[in-house]
Design a protein around this ligand. Structure first.
Ligand SMILES: [Zn+2]
Length: 246
């Protein structure tokens, strides 16, 4: 159980979300990018940096193979991973840093637990999570974020509306690449390599000891070999459901 809690990020997203009381059901939004009509196809790679460290296998592979990615960082991760942030900032053509919250707290405005993580629990706390993520990014000198992805990628509909009012788009996904970084290398590689034109992949770049990271690299290289191109969220027209982008 402890291992599970440590790695809770976007774990096992097919599992039912445990909610309590009479709150509106939570949603897990999807996101797609505009397909590359006629070409070999394009996909968006999004990597969450929830807390913890940096998976240098993934970071080096992105730099060496010139694969652009959108990195969702928390305030906690930014504080502990200055070297990785420096590498990302040295390659502005590859890395777009976006907001994964100040403290990695789910953007759900009623008190409940999601995959074992306590939700923000109130509108004010959701606001604080979003704004503290913005402030942490500002301290690194990064451009202001335009996208937000909450911890666990689950939201209450009212929190989505609030975050949109603040001016941020909410980043869902269409392929869960690494199952919260808990899948094996083979299954992770298989899922990522199966991406098709217009897909948005989610995986993690903060778990250097997990086998999933190796699979992320293998999957991405397979996509590259197939001729697919990678775009960042800011360079693509992302369309999400549940009012996350419109
Ligand atoms: Zn996360």
């Amino acid at each position: 159980m402890r291992l599970l809690q440590r790695n809770l990020c976007v774990i096992a997203m097919s599992l039912a979300v445990v909610s309590s009381g009479h709150a509106a059901p939570l949603v897990e939004p999807t996101l797609h990018i505009k397909p590359d009509a006629g070409g070999p196809g394009r996909v968006a790679l999004t990597l969450d940096a929830c807390g913890g460290q940096t998976d240098d296998r993934i970071l080096s592979a992105l730099v060496e193979n010139k694969i652009p990615a959108t990195i969702f960082v928390t305030g906690i991760w930014l504080k502990r991973n200055a070297t990785a942030v420096e590498i990302m900032r040295a390659h502005p053509d590859l890395f777009e840093l976006e907001n994964h919250g100040g403290r990695h707290i789910p953007a759900v405005d009623t008190p409940q637990k999601i995959y074992g993580i306590r939700s923000a629990g109130s509108p004010d706390a959701v606001l604080a999570e979003v704004e503290s993520g913005v402030a942490a990014l500002a301290r690194t000198g990064e451009p202001a974020p335009k996208w937000f992805r909450g911890a666990t990628a689950e939201y209450s509909p009212s929190a989505i509306a609030m975050i949109r009012k603040l001016g941020f788009k909410i980043a869902g996904f269409s392929i869960n690449g690494d199952g919260g970084s808990l899948l094996g290398a083979k299954e992770t590689a298989r899922r990522i390599a199966a991406a098709k034109d217009g897909d948005v992949i989610i995986s993690h770049i903060n778990q250097p000891t997990h086998a999933a990271g190796e699979g992320v690299v293998q999957g991405l290289l397979a996509l590259k070999a197939r001729g697919l191109t990678f775009v960042r969220l800011d360079d693509a027209d992302g369309v999400g459901n549940h009012g996350t982008t419109d």
